[in-house]
Design a protein around this ligand. Structure first.
Ligand SMILES: NC(=O)c1ccc[n+]([C@@H]2O[C@H](COP(=O)([O-])OP(=O)(O)OC[C@H]3O[C@@H](n4cnc5c(N)ncnc54)[C@H](OP(=O)(O)O)[C@@H]3O)[C@@H](O)[C@H]2O)c1
Length: 211
C-alpha cells in the first residue's frame, strides 16, 4: 500500500505519534488488537479520528454495540482515548473523486462527531481542506447518527440535506439501520458509478495517500 500511495510505512506506535491528527482506519473487529498503550503519551491536543463502521457479518457480533453503545464510543473505550468519528459515511471512491472547492454548488458535506470539541474542530478543518463541507454533528455520544444504514450513510448529501438527515436519524431504529447498512451500501455502489471492487481497503488507501 505504501508503494501504491506514496505513504511511509510505520508501526502503529509510530503512527500514533506522527502528527496533529491520527486516523485509525481498520476493521472494527481489529481495534481491540491494537497495543493497549497506543495513545498513552500522545498529547491531548492530537485529534484521533475513527473512520470505522461495524458490520456484524465482517466483524462478528459486538455485544456492547448491539445493546446500543455508539460504535465510536466502543472504539474510544478500547483505545483509552476520545475519538472523532469522520469519513465513515462516505465511500472511499467518492472521497477520492468528489472533493470540491469551498462554495462550489452541491459540495458534499461530511458529519464530524466526537470529542473533545477542539479535536472535532481540527478534523472539521481537515474535511474542508479535502474538499468537503464539514458539519458539526456533536460529541461522541451523537455519533450513532452517522452509523451504517442511517439516513446520511453513503448518501453524498450537501450541508443542508446532511443536517436534515442527521436530525431524522432515529436511535430506536439503530438495529434496523445496521441490518440494512451493508446491503444498502452494496446496492448504492452497484447501481451508481462506484466500483464495488474499490471498497475493501479503500479508506486505508485514501488515508495513506494524505501523508
Ligand atoms: N472502504 C471504504 O470505502 C470505507 C468507507 C467508509 C468507512 N470505511 C471503514 O473504514 C475502516 C477501514 O476501511 P478499509 O476499507 O480501508 O478496510 P480494510 O481494507 O479491511 O482494512 C484497512 C487496513 O486495516 C489493517 N488492519 C487489519 N487488521 C489490523 C490489525 N489487527 N491491526 C492493525 N491493522 C490492521 C489492514 O492492514 P494490512 O493490510 O497490513 O493487514 C488494512 O490495510 C473500516 O472500519 C471500514 O468499515 C471504509
Amino acid at each position: 500500500m505504501a508503494a501504491e500511495t506514496g505513504a511511509r510505512a510505520a508501526t502503529a506506535a509510530e503512527a500514533a505519534r506522527g502528527g496533529e491528527i491520527v486516523i485509525v482506519t481498520i476493521p472494527q473487529r481489529a481495534v481491540p488488537d491494537l497495543p493497549k498503550d497506543l495513545f498513552a503519551d500522545v498529547p491531548e491536543g492530537v485529534a484521533v479520528v475513527d473512520t470505522g463502521n461495524y458490520y456484524p457479518a465482517r466483524d462478528g457480533r459486538i455485544e456492547a454495540i448491539e445493546e446500543g453503545q455508539a460504535e465510536s464510543a466502543w472504539v474510544a473505550e478500547h483505545l483509552g482515548r476520545a475519538v472523532v468519528k469522520a469519513f465513515n459515511n462516505i465511500v472511499s471512491q467518492s472521497l477520492l473523486e468528489n472533493g470540491r472547492p469551498e462554495g462550489a454548488t452541491g459540495r458534499i458535506a461530511l458529519p464530524v462527531a466526537g470529542d473533545p470539541p477542539g479535536a472535532r474542530e481540527k478534523v472539521m478543518r481537515l474535511v474542508d481542506e479535502l474538499g468537503f463541507d464539514p458539519v458539526d454533528a456533536g460529541g461522541l455520544e451523537e455519533s450513532w447518527r452517522q452509523q451504517p444504514g442511517t439516513p446520511c450513510y453513503a448518501a453524498d448529501l450537501d450541508a443542508p440535506r446532511l443536517k436534515e438527515a442527521l436530525a431524522a436519524a432515529d436511535r430506536s431504529r439503530l438495529a434496523k439501520y445496521r441490518r440494512h447498512g451493508l446491503l444498502n451500501l452494496t446496492t448504492i455502489i452497484t447501481i451508481t458509478k462506484y466500483d464495488v471492487s474499490n471498497y475493501g481497503g479503500g479508506q486505508a488507501k485514501f488515508v495513506s495517500s494524505l501523508f
